[in-house]
Design a protein around this ligand. Structure first.
Ligand code: PA5
Length: 441
């Protein structure tokens, strides 16, 4: 399914970079399989494509159909790991223009991923008088952004449909036993789905966290899981042929050779939010203890006209990972008898041919400019290929964290801003901190 080309790393990292890491990779793979490494309690995602809860999966599909029947809009409330995966997959498979399309599935809007008043007011306006449902996703139930958004949309639903009608339209994805949202969902009788204890937010796209919104958008989630399942089987094999091992070894060698930024590039505009998901996955997993590649992203060819200059000639900090999907259709470039733009040498050629040469030319230019390149090639964008890629990136991330000798499954740094925000907002219990912070402002 996936091809990995590391040939453009030659000269940037030692020839034996894989061999010197092979034992460590074998140990990392073992730790992931046995859940025995640092953060092992959060490695439930490793076997998820095989061991997922089949009963819940069927309920997700049924709930998606109910939402499709009842509503023209689904509002998905969540932040970070409780939001990025769903949006990444909906945009990649259904397009960032999904809500603008003529279709028989509901519009899907994402809320609770920020604190912008303008964005909230705009969303309320976009929903207008249409029927809507809400999927609130929060493991803890106390994360400020989604909790505030849920208050607002819950009240809107209750006003529109009454308390009983609203509870038929609210779906809570949360902890199976604890937390504020769990308590509320039990008390109100919302349909509930589980954020598994052993799967952290950024690895949760193939649980109910991602699957319910993705299914509502009409994606075949069984195919998504099948693609991930295929990756799981292939990447479980030990040794130098394992593509995840190869990519993890190369990333680590590049990092040690002074490349501090990994730039994820794709030539598909639909991929933009998938890059956001990828950034959280790698940023939160590797960025700790003063270590870790900084994950950044660009969309080509658009960003070649903005970031291209820096990539070509700025600080030599980065390597590039390009994700290339086969195109789904064909479009031939029209002839222009006047040849005003001088491009008639392209007349009749497929647009995909031009895109391919643009990609190849860019890779060669960047490598010449000191930016090593990793190329990942996949068949056309489909639930199967996307499921495969999700698992591939997750698995490489787990291996990479262990090569870096960090716990890839915790995120202690995320708490710092939350504490400051609570203190400044005057949350009870934070009084001393409030005074201290206000003196610094
Ligand atoms: O990856 C993570 O753990 C975070 O991004 C969380 O998913 C995010 O902070 C949301 O947390 P919660 O689901 O508890 O609202």
């Amino acid at each position: 399914m996936l091809k990995l080309d590391l040939s453009k790393l030659k000269g940037f990292i030692p020839e034996d970079h894989f061999a010197v890491r092979q034992d460590k990779l074998a140990k990392a793979a073992q730790m992931l399989a046995n859940h025995s490494g640092p953060g092992g309690d959060f490695t439930g995602w490793v076997a998820l494509p095989r061991d997922y809860d089949k009963e819940e999966f069927a309920r997700i599909q049924a709930a998606a159909q109910k939402i499709q029947r009842q509503s023209q809009v689904l509002v998905v409330i969540g932040i970070g790991g409780s939001y990025l995966g769903a949006r990444a997959v909906v945009e990649l498979l259904c397009s960032p223009n999904y809500n603008l399309k003529k279709k028989d599935t509901p519009d899907v809007f994402f809320a609770g991923n920020g604190l912008s008043t303008d964005a909230l007011l705009e969303l309320i306006q976009l929903i207008g008088g249409r029927d809507f449902s809400v999927n609130v996703i929060s493991k803890s139930g106390t994360t400020t952004e989604p909790a505030v958004a849920f208050r607002i949309f819950k009240a809107m639903l209750e006003e529109k449909y009454g308390k009983d009608g609203a509870k038929e339209r609210i779906y809570a994805t949360t902890d199976k036993a604890r937390g504020a949202l769990k308590g509320l969902a039990d008390a109100e009788g919302y349909e509930e789905f589980v954020v598994p204890d052993d799967v952290g937010g950024r690895y949760s796209v193939l649980t109910a966290v991602g699957l319910l919104p993705i299914a509502v958008a009409g994606v075949d989630i069984a195919q998504l899981m099948a693609g991930a399942g295929q990756a799981m089987e292939e990447l479980a094999a030990d040794g130098p042929d394992n593509l995840a091992w190869q990519y993890a070894a190369a990333r680590h060698a590049l990092y040690q050779a002074g490349k501090k930024v990994e730039l994820l590039a794709c030539h598909e505009p639909n991929f933009r939010f998938f890059s956001e998901w990828w950034k959280q996955l790698y940023g939160e997993s590797e960025g700790k203890e003063g270590k870790g590649l900084f994950p950044a992203s660009v969309e080509f060819t658009a960003d070649l006209h903005s970031m291209g200059q820096y990539i070509q000639q700025g600080e030599r900090l980065m390597f590039e990972t390009v994700v290339k999907f086969a195109p789904k259709g064909e479009f031939a470039i029209p002839d222009d008898p006047a040849n005003v733009d001088g491009l008639n040498f392209l007349s009749g050629k497929p647009l995909a041919f031009v895109a391919e040469q643009a990609m190849r030319g860019t890779i060669l230019a960047h490598v010449d400019g000191g930016v090593p390149n990793v190329l990942i090639e996949l068949p056309a964008i489909s639930p199967l290929s996307v499921g495969y890629l999700i698992y591939f990136f997750e698995y490489v991330c787990g291996l990479s964290g262990y090569l870096l000798e960090v716990n890839p499954f915790d995120q202690p740094g995320v708490e710092a801003y939350k504490k400051n925000m609570f203190a400044l907002l005057g949350k009870p219990g934070y009084e001393d901190m409030k005074a201290e912070l206000e003196a610094k402002l």
